[in-house]
Design a protein. Structure first.
Lengths: 446, 281, 293
């Protein structure tokens, strides 16, 4: 009679079995699947479909397939990912699983007591493999598991390089080589470098890439905000000076100020701009669209500090709020999402890769993507420094400074001055957070 | 006829100048709409080289996209729910209140009316911080009821003002006659006052519905859930998501502005009257 | 007037009072309270005037205020342009009704829609600049959206474009209710068109103009959020060139999680708006008097 029902049941069994297979993954519950389903309900607030189309399908799929609990996902609006979570947590209404951007974006919630450490809830192996990065640590605990990676990269258009007489397989490594390449590109009539900064985010990316050239650790960067170190010191605003240099030399594309971030990347993909900032998750589509003529590179090096010239690796993650009703159940779901089956599903449904280092990289079809994963994800890398920036600084100095330098309105030194002043304002507006920043430096090698 | 005589007495260059200015003003008024419509019919590639002219190859894909694959219809539905709910609530509350203020005597009548009317000058943004915090505590964020309550509150001072003014113009004899017949206050309100106030009520409904429909600030803050997003908030999300696809974005804009444009062209006089009344806030 | 019961009125105003207390009363009291606290999430410790101190010493705050004031420059333009066009329509030239339909169109489109269209139109390599370059006016092809110097003027252009549509209709309606005989008399006296406009029409428009100026000022100080949010990329960009007080409050609440700061600024904005209640009432009273005269 009920053939459909029987088929469903065996599918559920199959999924349960496959979910339990895999190195070091334990479901954390010993109840039979059907009983557990009735018992636990988990709410999950998440984000990412905006950045990674197909993620919604993955979430819906995972939720449907997960039998140990009924998970209710809710996609948040970009503008309120954090504030919505924080106000809910403050009034005891936080979800059971929360999407967390890296660094300060979730660390603030940790300090406010809204998140709990994952150590002890999720197995150490799983946490480590999932790649939460250094910036998810505080006081010796880790507060996120990684979900999907965000290699922070520079890209270049190989066809544009060809046109200018540059070697398309060899991106400039040093700043001098870079400037020479820019000259050649400019002579060939191609905008050498840039993208779109109208919505501001390009400034954030640039900071993350360039500040590191003069810095030895993430902890050193913390000092710039706590007042220990000063943005007005040349090495701490040299990156804006370099940007000013590019602007004065006419190397930036002229529509940069009125183009948004992603349309700006499109300009590079279209060959109108030769080099610029991008993000790993775009590479599959861009590589496919240009039939492999997009290359990835690290920012050309001018600095001599430890973090100069290193690939930058960031990841989006998930965590468990402090007052979650059933942290163990939430942790079980998080571990489930790291199972090989789920990792594979994420790849299939989004075309992107999971952050987990156990992911079978041979499934990646595109050579550029595979190479990028190898160099950024599976090799030594450094954290994305812009994730250390406090919100007020982000809004009032980080984005505006780069925008104004690109416009030619202020120079690099003035940008440093602005940064110093806003950092100072931030300290005055948020004395409680400054204390926590100082503690955090210890986890970040500062 | 004065008009005809006017016409003939004027010098030619004068007339040309005047028409010219009006044509210029009309072009300025129309250009964005033209651009929106023309661009929505162009293919993505065509737009990159043909930004200004007519579409060389008319394309309807973007509309199909917007209609079937975007959330525009859901967003519009949400806007309708909020507008209807807020207007209904506010109208009921305002009718009752205005009737009392206009036609009854009670302590604090003048004060209530003055305060209520003064509230019209207060920027809505001033209210959002405490309401946001309160709503988070009461779990009213991203709920229809919560947002409807706020919208209703924001449009009520104006409604009370308009209705009170109108009710006051109704002849006293009407009420006295009804009372002699033995009608109570509520009866009078429902059977006599409201039917007579239909023009004013209609204007009120139009103005208030437009206010809620067009609002962005409250929508972004208090309806954060994807499922409850309104049209205006949705537009913000849509243009951000597809900011590299200008024709598609324009198709979305066409779709979003269509209801209002159609209503305007069909009911010009009422529309204009309503908006003018709304401006007198 | 007779009433059936002494308590009936209170029942009638109860819903109204409750609603107003909830949406206006409660928040207006609480913004004062919050402004004296360092609020994190839903409450925080008392810190006295510290929030005010911080805000009043912050360049960004004053920049926001300056920008609102700069936008007020739009008001004279709106009034003059609306008056001019209304006068032209009043002449009832051939096709004036069609013009009227078209000229009101800008006000029909919601602000977010218009802002999105404008943002694409005025991109550096967008249609407007392309057209300008094509006819040789390269110097006018500014970075309308991307330049800190120009962006706020672009927002102002948009505000003028949209708000003057309302002005045109408002002024025209008033003109159409004027006594024609005065115009006739002036014409018979030999006054030319311009003189008739300046000496007959405009004086009778003073009340409406006063009213429109007051409401426009209120709009610019308290209802430009949508313009700025959509054009400035959601954060008052480029840089902070289009930051206004409303957006400052929004950002403080939603983006930097500082409800106390947001409240302090809300209090100040509230107090300023109180100042505008008086002219608003006066203007409205004059308008009513004129109507009933």
């Amino acid at each position: 009679m009920n053939t459909k029902g029987r088929r469903d049941l065996s599918r559920r069994e199959l999924l349960k079995r496959s979910a339990g297979v895999g190195a070091g993954v334990a479901l954390g519950t010993s109840l039979p699947a059907w009983r557990a389903r009735a018992a636990t309900e988990l709410t999950m607030w998440w984000w990412g479909e905006q950045e990674l189309p197909g993620l919604q399908a993955f979430v819906d799929d995972s939720v449907k397939a997960y039998t140990a609990a009924t998970v209710k996902p809710m996609l948040q609006d970009t503008a309120v990912v954090i504030s919505q979570f924080q106000t809910a947590a403050a009034s005891g209404e936080a979800p059971d699983v929360q999407f967390l951007w890296n660094g300060i974006y979730h660390m603030e919630s940790v300090w406010l007591g809204y998140l709990q450490p994952l150590n002890g809830l999720v197995s150490d192996e799983v946490i480590k493999a999932s790649n939460p990065t250094l910036l998810s640590n505080f006081g010796g605990n880790t507060y996120r598991v990684g979900w999907y990676p965000l290699p922070m990269i520079w890209i270049y258009n190989k066809d544009a390089f060809d046109k200018a007489g540059l070697d398309p397989e060899k991106a400039p490594g040093t700043w001098d080589e870079f400037l020479i390449a820019c000259e050649k590109l400019k002579s060939a009539g191609i905008a050498p470098v840039g993208g779109g900064i109208q919505d501001g985010y390009w400034g954030e990316w640039y900071f993350g890439h360039a500040l590191g050239q003069n810095v030895d650790s993430a902890g050193e960067v913390i000092g710039l905000f706590t007042g220990e170190r000063d943005f007005r010191e040349p090495k701490y605003h040299e990156h804006w000076v370099k940007l000013e240099q590019l602007q004065k030399a006419g190397f930036l594309n002229p529509e940069m100020s009125s183009t948004e971030l992603y349309p700006g990347i499109d300009l590079i993909v279209a060959g109108k701009v030769a080099m610029g900032l991008s993000i790993g998750s775009r590479v599959p589509a861009d590589s496919k669209a240009t039939k492999g003529r997009i290359g990835t590179m690290v920012m050309p090096v001018y600095g001599k500090a430890k973090l100069a010239g290193q690939p930058i690796f960031d990841s989006q993650g998930l965590g468990i709020p402090a007052k979650a009703k059933d942290p163990k159940a939430a942790a079980a779901f998080l571990e489930y999402l790291q199972s090989p089956d789920r990792l594979k599903a994420l790849h299939e449904q989004t075309g992107w890769i999971p952050a987990n280092t156990n992911f079978d990289a041979s499934a990646i079809e595109d050579a550029t993507v595979r190479d990028m994963w190898q160099r950024w994800g599976l090799s030594p890398n450094i954290p994305y420094l812009s994730n250390l920036v406090p919100g007020q600084f982000y809004e009032q100095a980080l984005l505006p400074s780069a925008q104004q330098v690109v416009e030619g309105k202020i120079n690099g030194e003035q940008a440093g001055e602005l940064a110093y002043n806003v950092a100072k304002e931030w300290r005055e507006f948020n004395p409680d957070i400054v204390e926590n920043y100082e503690k955090w430096a210890a986890d970040l090698g500062g | 006829m004065p008009g005809r005589g006017h016409h003939a007495a004027r010098l030619e260059p004068d007339l040309v100048l005047k028409h010219g200015l009006l044509v210029l003003a009309a072009l300025i008024a129309l250009t964005p709409t033209f651009f929106m419509i023309l661009t929505s019919l162009k293919g993505q590639e065509e737009y990159t080289f043909n930004k200004v002219g007519l579409p060389q190859a008319v394309v309807f894909d973007h509309f199909r996209n917007v209609l079937f694959e975007s959330d525009f219809i859901a967003w519009m539905a949400n806007s309708v729910i909020l507008a209807a709910g807020a207007v209904a609530l506010s109208t009921v509350v305002s009718c009752l209140g205005a009737y009392a203020i206009a036609r009854m005597e009670f302590r604090g009548r003048g004060l209530l009316f003055s305060v209520s009317t003064s509230l019209m000058a207060i920027p809505p943004v001033v209210m959002i911080v405490p309401l946001f915090v309160l709503y988070t505590q009461l779990s009213l964020i991203s709920t229809y009821e919560g947002a409807i309550l706020i919208y209703a509150g924001l449009i009520t001072p104006y409604s009370v003002y308009l209705l009170t003014s109108f009710f006051r113009t109704l002849p006293r004899e009407l009420f006295e006659a009804a009372r002699i017949d033995g009608a109570g206050d509520l009866r009078i309100l429902l059977r006599i006052v409201i039917p007579l106030s239909m023009p004013a009520l209609l204007t009120l409904v139009v103005v208030n519905a437009l206010y809620v429909w067009n609002d962005l600030l409250i929508a972004i803050i208090f309806l954060q859930d994807d499922a409850k997003r309104t049209l205006m908030a949705g537009i913000s999300v849509f243009q951000g998501r597809y900011n590299d696809q200008i024709p598609l974005t324009m198709a979305g804009m066409v779709f979003a502005s269509a209801p209002m444009i159609i209503l305007y062209l069909a009911f010009q006089k009422h529309y204009i009257r309503g908006l003018m009344a709304g401006s007198l806030k | 007037m007779n009433q059936t019961s002494r308590f009936a009125p209170y029942l009638y105003i109860a819903p109204l009072t409750a609603l107003l207390l909830f949406v206006f009363g409660y928040p207006l009291v609480r913004i004062f309270e919050f402004s004296f606290k360092m609020v994190r999430g839903i409450d925080g410790p008392w810190i006295g005037l510290r929030n005010y101190e911080l805000v009043l010493n912050q360049p960004l705050f004053w920049e926001s205020v300056r920008h609102n004031l700069q936008l007020l420059l739009a008001v004279p333009f709106i009034v003059v342009w609306s008056l001019l066009i209304a006068v032209l329509l009043y002449d009832r030239l051939k096709g004036w009704k069609l013009y009227r339909v078209v000229l009101f169109l800008p006000y029909i489109l919601a602000i977010p829609i218009i802002a999105v269209i404008m943002k694409k139109l005025f991109q550096f390599n967008g249609p407007v600049n392309e057209a300008l370059r094509w006819i040789g006016l390269d110097a006018l092809a500014l970075d309308w959206i991307g330049s800190s110097d120009v962006a706020l003027w672009t927002v102002m252009m948009l505000i003028i474009w949209r708000e003057s549509a309302l002005g045109i209709i408002l002024f025209l309606a008033r003109m159409l209710s004027l006594d024609e005989s005065l115009m006739e008399a002036a014409r018979l006296d030999g006054a030319n068109w311009w003189q008739r406009v300046w000496y007959v029409i405009v004086p009778q428009m003073k009340v409406v103009m006063e009213f429109y100026v007051v409401t426009s000022v209120i709009t610019i100080l308290s209802a430009v959020f949508a313009y700025v949010y959509m054009i400035g990329g959601g954060r008052g960009g480029p840089g902070t060139a289009t930051m206004v007080v409303e957006l400052y409050i929004f950002n403080a609440l939603i983006r930097t999680s500082l409800p106390g700061i947001a409240s302090a600024v809300s209090v100040m904005l509230f107090l300023v708006s109180l100042l505008l209640i008086v002219p608003l009432f006066a203007a409205r009273r004059h308008a009513n008097e004129e109507e009933t005269a």
